[in-house]
Write a protein that binds this ligand. Structure first.
Ligand code: NAD
Ligand code: TYD
Length: 347
C-alpha cells in the first residue's frame, strides 16, 4: 500500500509519519509538504533514511504538480493534514487559509477521485480536522459528531469548508472517506506560536506571557502521540463515510493551564517558586475568541477502543523536557520570520 501523508513535516504530521513508517514496514509512506514556516524536516531526522519513506517537497495548491504526483505514484490512500493551522494568523490573512485549506483540499480530492473513480475498492481519503468547526460551547455541554457546524474564525471556517467538501465527494462520487475532528494538541515539535510552546519559550527567555482577555477560555488538550495513535486506528478500523471526534477528556481554563506550566517550569529551571507566574500579562483579547471547546470522544472510545495514554501532567512534563533538551530546535524556528510575526501579533 502506498500512502500519501500531507503536512508530514509539521507538528502533528511528523508524529503520524513516524508512527506509520515505523509500525508498517510494508507500506510506503510519501510525505508531501511545502515546508512553510511551520514545516521542518528536522522533525523527521530520525526516520529520513528508512526504506519505506519518501519526502516530496510540494504545494497542495499546485494542481498540475499534484495531478502528476498522483498519476506517478498511484496513492492507495491519503491522510491529509497539510493546512494553515493558527487562528491568529487566519485573522490577519484569511485568504491564505482559503487557498491552502479549501482549494488545496479540493485539488487533492479531485486528484484522488480522478485516479480511482472507476474502482474505489480498498481506497481511502482520510481528512484530519479540528473541533473548532463546531464553534464555541457555553459553560456546559460537549461537541459530538452530530453537533452542527458553526465556525467563528477564518481558520475554523476554512476547515469546516474542507470537511464539507470531503463529505460531498463521498456522497456525490461515492468516494470512500473518513474525517476526524480533534481537540487542541500539545507535545514535542509544536511551532511556538501556539499557547503551550510559545509560553515555554517565553519563560525560558524571561519574556511576558501574553494571556488573551481574562484567561477564562477553556480548551480540551490532547498529547500529540495519542492523536497519532487515534489516527492510526481511524485509518485502519474507522467506518467508511464516518466522522470521529478525538479529545483528551481534559479541559483546562487557559489561566489554570498557564499557572501549572509556570509551576513546572520554575521547578525544571531551578528558579524560585512564583518566578514564571510573575511574567503573566493580560493582553487585548483575540477577536471572535471561542469561549470553550470540549469533545465527547465516546464514539472512538466505544467503537475503536481508543483512549488517551497519558495524563495532562505527564504529557506536559514530557513536553517541557523536550523543549528544554532541544533548545537548538527552538532557536532555529524562532529566528527569522518568527521575529516579525511576534512583533506584529504582540506589540
Ligand atoms: P502545523 O501548522 O504544525 O503543520 C502544517 C504543515 O502543513 C506544515 O508542515 C506545513 O509546511 C504544511 N503545509 C502548509 N501549507 C501547505 C501547502 N499549501 N502545501 C503543502 N504543505 C503545506 O499544523 P498541525 O498543528 O500539525 O496541524 C495539522 C493538521 O491537524 C491541520 O489540518 C490542522 O487543522 C489539524 N488539527 C490541528 C490541531 C492542533 O491542535 N494543532 C488540532 C486538531 C486538528
Ligand atoms: P492556541 O494555542 O492558539 O490554539 P486555539 O486557538 O486553536 O485553541 O490558543 C489556545 C488558547 O490560548 C486560546 O484560548 C487562545 C489562548 N492564547 C493566549 O491567551 N495567548 C496566546 O499568546 C496564544 C497564542 C493563545
Amino acid at each position: 500500500m502506498t500512502i500519501l501523508i500531507t503536512g508530514g513535516a509539521g507538528f502533528i504530521g511528523s508524529h503520524v509519519v513516524r508512527l506509520f513508517v515505523e509500525a508498517y514496514p510494508n507500506y510506503h509512506i510519501f510525505n508531501l509538504d511545502a515546508l512553510t514556516y511551520a514545516g521542518n524536516l528536522e522533525n523527521l531526522k530520525d526516520i529520513e533514511e528508512q526504506p519505506n519513506y519518501t519526502f516530496v517537497k510540494g504545494d497542495i495548491t499546485d494542481e498540475t504538480f499534484i495531478n502528476k504526483l498522483f498519476e506517478k505514484h498511484k496513492f492507495d490512500s491519503v491522510i491529509h493534514l497539510a493546512a494553515e493551522s493558527h487562528v491568529d494568523r487566519s485573522i490577519k490573512d484569511p485568504l491564505a487559509f482559503v487557498k491552502t485549506n479549501v482549494i488545496g483540499t479540493m485539488i487533492l480530492l479531485n486528484a484522488f477521485k480522478n485516479l480511482w473513480k472507476d474502482n474505489f475498492q480498498n481506497k481511502l481519503f482520510y481528512h484530519i480536522s479540528t473541533d473548532e468547526v463546531y464553534g464555541s460551547l457555553g459553560q456546559t455541554g460537549l461537541f459530538t459528531e452530530t453537533t452542527s457546524y458553526d465556525p467563528n474564525s477564518p481558520y475554523s471556517a476554512s476547515k469546516a469548508s474542507s470537511d464539507h467538501f470531503v463529505r460531498a465527494y463521498g456522497e456525490t462520487y461515492d468516494m470512500p472517506y473518513v474525517i476526524s475532528n480533534c481537540s487542541n494538541n500539545y507535545g514535542q515539535n509544536q511551532f511556538p506560536e501556539k499557547l503551550i510552546p510559545l509560553f515555554i519559550n517565553n519563560i525560558i527567555n524571561n519574556k511576558p506571557l501574553p494571556v488573551y482577555g481574562d484567561g477564562n477560555y477553556t480548551r480540551d488538550w490532547l498529547y500529540v502521540n495519542d492523536h497519532a495513535v487515534a489516527i492510526d486506528l481511524v485509518f485502519h478500523k474507522g467506518k467508511n463515510k464516518e466522522t470521529y471526534n478525538i479529545g483528551g477528556f481534559n479541559e483546562w481554563k487557559n489561566i489554570d493551564l498557564v499557572k501549572l506550566l509556570c509551576e513546572q517550569m520554575d521547578e525544571k529551571l531551578s528558579r524560585p517558586k512564583g518566578s514564571s507566574e510573575k511574567l503573566i500579562t493580560y493582553v487585548k483579547d483575540r477577536p471572535g475568541h471561542d469561549l470553550r471547546y470540549a469533545i465527547d470522544a465516546s464514539k472512538i472510545n466505544k467503537e475503536l477502543g481508543w483512549q488517551p495514554s497519558v495524563t495532562f501532567e505527564e504529557g506536559l512534563n514530557k513536553t517541557i523536557d523536550w523543549y528544554l533538551n532541544n533548545e537548538n530546535w527552538l532557536h532555529s524556528v524562532t529566528s527569522g520570520e518568527y521575529q516579525s510575526y511576534y512583533e506584529k501579533q504582540y506589540s
